[in-house]
Design a protein around this ligand. Structure first.
Ligand SMILES: [Zn+2]
Length: 530
């Protein structure tokens, strides 16, 4: 029965497409043309460009007749503390036996503003493997190390022996932060793992000039006692390892194979002076409701989410300093707006309500969604699922849909039931080491117990499509060239919107609400919420 209805829902959507202006992807693209225009200056959280983008989105939601679901119309203002490094007044040095070897900021390492740093700090360094604690696997990189009052240096990523979701979860700053704090660690140095680096060091390092933010609410603060956060260029790792008996070749080779890493004290301590410009920032999430028709189920919500913010104006690359964020994530917001318009035009009646949530502060660490999920504008337990769309990269035809969280809840079964009759193959995350399931806004909902999925246009390994996707990440991801002058496959985007909409319809119409699978790691958050 259920399956039949899903197929019917899918066919209905396809039939609708024949006469629907959304079916060629042009409407989807038109939203991107507005949101990723240079005039919006990269939509940084709290900026005037972001404000304009938010006004545009609110206008589209209103035009489609959606009910405002913010705290002020469609808007839910969120407060942030913003931090920018003043690098000319900052320094890092490796200190050994009374001498200090200065490090070049941006070359050897970068000081991250993710934690609010102390003005100055000097502490011994300990190499702590992957810096990871996974109680379920009895895995603990911190065990047996004397870390009290020390700075932990560790490789990003985790050993292959730990399943993807567990590894991702415990690498999140919340989880890692708790264990580091318990061990008495006062600062961290993360070595970028070359196998998992989406962008080359030179470009990653430029991001250090962009402001970092945290939520300005005592209940959502999470510094975990850290006074310094540094990112190490793996190519310069030998400077740090000098005299320890270990080399960067050895460590990087092990990390590449995702093998266990050694643990040992480094011969140098780290000395840091950090100057910071701090400001207060306000920037809104947006929320809107398409009311359901079932007298009971209408009080429950299928959430569709995407982030509106990008990283703003930064250091120029090839003479361009505006980081437009066309795919990241104007594309996801455009998908939501396309779906809004299609549902509106089709006068679609769904049993459950659909809650469209367009968030701010994603690039600062999923902050807008974290705020929304913790302070939702509907009853917290009324959100039955989150379908998140972030940078789904329609660079080639949609034949395969990669689904993040596929094995975690019965949403996985549903996405298959919706997509497969459309001739779209479903596949799980092919690159678990990139931690994508915890790297976008669905994770904020997951942490509140809400079953969630995220999607990308998929490819098979070893195909030209894989090469295209990899090249995109290397060249355009978080670069000014992620703009409206790049080739995209409009048909793939339109097909993608069709699948996500059909899935939202299926979840909204079925009687039972989605559940985490019994063996899902993420189910614990739902139990917590009960
Ligand atoms: Zn991004």
């Amino acid at each position: 029965m259920r399956k039949l209805r899903w197929v019917a829902a899918g066919m209905f959507s396809l039939a609708l497409l024949a006469s629907d202006p959304g079916s060629d992807g042009k409407r989807w693209w038109s939203h991107i043309v507005y949101l990723a225009d240079d005039k919006l200056e990269g939509r940084n959280t709290g900026s005037e460009g972001y404000r304009k983008a938010a006004v545009y989105v609110a206008g589209e939601l209103e035009r489609a007749g959606l009910k405002p679901a913010g705290t002020s119309g469609y808007f839910q203002p969120v407060k942030f503390q913003s931090r920018e490094i003043v690098e000319e007044k900052s320094s890092l040095a490796l200190a050994r036996q009374g001498t200090a070897e200065p490090l070049t900021l941006g070359e050897d390492a970068a000081i991250s503003m993710r934690v609010d740093p102390a003005e100055s700090i000097e502490a011994p360094l300990v190499f702590a493997g992957y810096g990871l604690t996974v109680p379920e696997m009895k895995y603990d990189d911190l065990a047996g190390l004397d870390l009290r009052g020390k700075i932990a240096a560790y490789m990003s990523g985790g050993p292959a022996s730990i399943p993807g979701p567990l590894s991702s979860h415990y690498q999140s700053s919340d989880e890692r932060g708790k264990f580091l704090e318990r061990a008495g660690v006062v600062g961290t140095c993360t070595i970028m793992n070359p196998v998992a680096m989406d962008i080359p060091w030179a470009r990653a390092a430029l991001a250090r000039f962009q402001p970092s933010m945290s939520l300005d609410y005592p209940d959502l603060e999470e510094g975990f006692g850290q006074k310094l956060s540094v990112v190490i260029n793996p190519e310069h790792l030998d400077k740090w390892l000098a005299g320890s008996g270990h080399t960067s070749d050895e460590i990087l080779a092990l990390a590449k194979e995702r093998k266990p890493l050694p643990h040992f004290p480094l011969m140098s301590g780290l000395k840091a002076r950090v100057a910071v410009k701090r400001t207060e920032v306000e920037s809104p999430n947006l929320a809107a409701i398409l009311p359901g028709s079932d007298p009971k189920l209408k009080d429950e919500y299928v959430v569709l989410s995407a982030h509106l913010d990008h990283v703003g104006v930064g250091r120029p690359i090839n003479g361009d300093s505006i980081y437009n964020g066309a795919m990241d994530d104007a594309s996801g917001v455009a998908t939501l707006l396309d779906i809004v318009e299609r549902l509106h035009a089709g006068k679609t009646k769904l049993r459950r309500s659909v809650l469209f949530v367009v968030v701010t502060g994603e690039e600062k660490g999923l902050l807008g969604s974290r705020y929304f999920a913790a302070h939702p504008t509907v009853k917290p337990d009324a959100m039955v699922a989150d379908l998140n769309v972030d940078m789904f990269l329609p660079l080639f035809p949609l034949r395969i849909l990669t689904v993040y969280g596929l094995a975690e809840s019965d949403l996985g079964r549903e996405v298959r039931a919706v997509a497969e009759p459309m001739g779209i193959q479903i596949q799980a995350d092919q690159e678990p080491q990139r931690n994508i399931f915890i790297r976008s806004d669905q994770y904020s909902f997951i942490r509140q117990g809400v079953p969630s999925l995220m999607f990308k246009v998929g490819f098979e390994k070893g195909t030209p499509e894989e090469a295209t996707a990899k090249k995109w990440l290397q060249e355009r991801y978080h670069a000014p060239s992620d703009d409206i002058h790049q080739p995209v496959d409009l048909k793939a985007a339109a097909d993608f919107d069709t699948v996500v909409m059909a899935l939202a319809e299926a979840v909204a119409n079925q009687t039972a609400r989605p559940r985490w699978n019994d063996n899902s790691f993420f189910r614990r958050f739902a139990e917590h919420a009960d």
